[in-house]
Design a protein around this ligand. Sequence first.
Ligand code: AMP
Length: 493
Amino acid sequence: MTDGRGATPDSDGPTEKCGVVGVALDDRAAARPLYYSLYALQHRGQESAGIVTHDGFQQHDHVEMGLVGDAFTQADIESLTGAAGIGHVRYPTAGSVDKSCAQPFTVSFKSGSLALSHNGNLVNADEIRDELAGLGHAFTSDGDTEVIAHDLARNLLEEDLVRAVKRTMGRIHGSYSLTIMHDDTVLGVRDPEGNRPLCIGELDDGYILASESAAIDTLDGDLVRDVKPGELVVLHEDGSDFDSYQLVDQDNSAHCFFEHVYFARPDSVIDDSLVYEVRRQLGRNLWHESGIETDVVMPVPDSGRAFASGYAEAADEDGADTEFAEGLMKNRYVGRTFIMPTQDERERAVRLKLNPIKSTVEGKTVTIIDDSIVRGTTSTQLVELLKDCGAEEVHMRIGAPPIVAPCYMGIDMATRDELIAAGQTTEDIREAIAADSLSYLSIDAVCDALDASRADLCLGCVSGEYPYDIEGEPTDREVARPVIEGADAPADD
Ligand code: AMP
């Protein structure tokens, strides 16, 4: 979702990573499985949570600000009747704590009801919004999800479901994994580049679509497969099966590598790879590219754990005399430091969140491993802390390349001026964070760990070149930006 101003380079509006889910069951109420699966996707969004169900006659919805556990009471869940439904968790971003952007987004129109959950970010929402507004559509939020909902509702007045979705996909450009409910039919759509994840799972009595397979595991279901880039999946109303329609074909995909590095749960399988194993391989590659033998190697919890375990394993295989230690303890009750509004608060929060075990570092040379450096707050604080605890040397190894550019595709990163690596060399950054040495992973090593070619990944934040047509930014491929033909244009078969 955007803040409605579109993803222009000077827009500092929120871009969001969210979690989406949809289920169609035989007979059982969908609300509780949706509730549990939203719990499993809580890491993808903590600002608001919502569920919309359909009982065959009408929609029921409950959308609230806050965490899943706080957003629903027992009575709320019971009021959400019906065997079909979709859900959403929304990511918190500074300055956008507005319930009008909470999802699923619902709309009723002449030929039925629609509910929509969106993970990602359109880059041409403004154009479509302006055009639809000109045709008399009234918008109640400034999010791009509403733009998709209105466009689809309009197309559904003239087309069947599959053709209407195809027509909307031909008009919207950017990153979107969607779960949609049209009356009591639940569908999943993944953008033609497959930027955000979406997968299909089989339950005892139905099917589920979810951002990550961890949600399927939570319901004791089986992962069937990823939804393919450009694919529409329609779940049968009775939960017996699903249909697949490959609506848009693209030569290359643009999977977000950062899902594997940071965002997704390590126990999820995304695009055929277990995230935990990818992170361990990234850690192994990090050792092979820039390993340094120190007395201790330790992860920055929790994000650095799998990287550090792969790194330490590869170090051990190479005969390095390095002890793996969990020398940094995390206070799990402190929220994310990232969204603290001021730098001062962010620094304080790192100190609240992480505390070293002095005896593991005192008098030792130490390597700390994290997945990424964004503003540099965490690494600067950690190096200082470890030195204060008596570490002789502190070396940082990072399981991703330097983040040099913002994300326009749905991840809440800092703006370009806030990114420590934008316009600075690794040596400048090492000096700024006061580490004894600093190394990042190369883009090639990332591709190797993901077993993907550069041409199939979105590496915009580390290369500064995007797989989408973003105003004022270079692209790393031929991008076909959809032409906004006007809502009355004939549908393309
Ligand atoms: P920073 O302190 O700004 O350099 O941020 C780096 C830390 O934030 C690392 O420990 C990452 O695991 C974590 N991180 C990276 N990207 C994000 C993000 N988009 N949202 C929240 N945390 C992040």
